[in-house]
Ligand binder design. Structure first.
Ligand SMILES: Nc1ncnc2c1ncn2[C@@H]1O[C@H](COP(=O)(O)OP(=O)(O)OP(=O)(O)O)[C@@H](O)[C@H]1O
Ligand SMILES: CC(C)(CO)[C@@H](O)C(=O)[O-]
Ligand code: BAL
Length: 283
């Protein structure tokens, strides 16, 4: 596997791949890779001739007081896992390489509305940071296909919108959520949870399943379902940020009587760790 730290070195290698008509797949990550990330590499591997991954903990998507400084950084283990999954190139830039004018002073890409609700409301500016760095990475890697996990469901929609609106000729593939045996969605932040908290956190997935079943079953109103879901999370010792049912297409409010094309989304805190998960009702 090739390792690139400098954008120019990556560009030169990409130019060679394009010249020989290789179809390029791309998996952007923040590192500390687990089976969820590896599943994205496997998907890209199946669809493309060469696979590029990036590991970059992007400062502009973290708010003041969020966990940028303590975000787990494990580049050696990440490189070994990527290589084992057949990744061809790893881009591991430092902050100056991605933000040559300073992280606070460069151009920002903003996805209005879709980027302002739910995660965007809880983490103001978060999706500006995500859209900005993904646009930069797309320009550097010039992939034909980019794979994103549906664990970060709103991020997937934001990236799709940004890609369409800025006319990047890139297919965006959403990948299924990889879970622990108890249902907890795999996430780099799970490592801040002890064994007891990981069990406790499985209530998030249970609540998503319950929201789906209740929605289909007894025709309760959206507000009743969402309120009862928040109560379930709180009774298990989590602090819910939101627990909502939305249209999977654009995260708008469901139409009366709508049962498919929906997604339940939860964000909740357990101690100092903020976890997100979701469940599409037509899965
Ligand atoms: N459990 C999972 N299943 C499928 N895809 C996942 C999973 N976890 C993360 N991903 C995807 O991997 C890509 C990189 O995500 P990221 O590096 O932020 O990892 P993460 O585990 O989600 O970390 P965290 O949520 O703690 O920041 C994203 O597209 C994300 O949706
Ligand atoms: C897409 C991403 C790599 C942008 O920094 C990040 O938000 C992530 O890992 O999901
Ligand atoms: N996986 C989304 C990255 C973040 O939480 O900042």
């Amino acid at each position: 596997m090739q390792l690139f730290r400098k954008p120019d070195d990556l560009r030169a290698w990409i130019a060679g791949q394009r010249q020989s008509n290789q179809r390029i797949g791309f998996v952007p990550t923040m590192g500390n890779l687990h089976a969820g990330h590896h599943s994205l590499i496997d998907l890209a591997r199946k669809r493309c001739d060469v696979v590029v991954a990036s590991v970059f903990v992007n400062p502009t998507q973290f708010g003041v007081g969020e966990d940028f400084a303590r975000y787990p950084r494990t580049p050696e283990a990440d490189a070994a896992g990527l290589q084992a999954h057949g990744c061809d190139a790893l881009f591991l830039p430092d902050v100056d390489a991605i933000y040559p004018f300073g992280a606070e002073q460069g151009v920002r890409v903003r996805v209005a509305q879709l980027g302002d609700i739910l995660e965007g409301a809880s983490r103001p500016g978060h999706f500006d940071g995500v859209a900005t760095v993904v646009a930069k990475l797309f320009n550097l890697v010039q992939p034909d296909l980019a794979v994103f996990g549906s664990k970060d469901f709103q991020q997937l929609l934001v990236v799709r919108r940004m890609t369409a609106d800025l006319a990047f000729p890139i297919e965006i593939l959403g990948a299924p959520i990889v879970r622990e045996p108890n249902g907890l969605a795999m996430s780099s932040r799970n490592q801040f949870l002890d064994a007891r908290q990981r069990e406790q956190a499985s209530v998030i997935h249970q609540t998503l399943l319950w929201m789906r079943d209740r929605w289909r079953g007894d025709g309760q109103t959206r507000a009743e379902t969402e309120g009862a879901a928040r109560d379930r999370l709180a009774e298990s010792g989590l602090q819910p940020d939101y627990a909502v049912v939305r249209r999977s297409e654009d995260l708008g409010a469901p139409a009366p009587g709508q049962v498919s094309g929906l997604v339940a989304l939860i964000a909740a805190r357990l101690g100092s760790v903020r976890l997100i998960d979701n469940l599409q009702f037509d899965d």
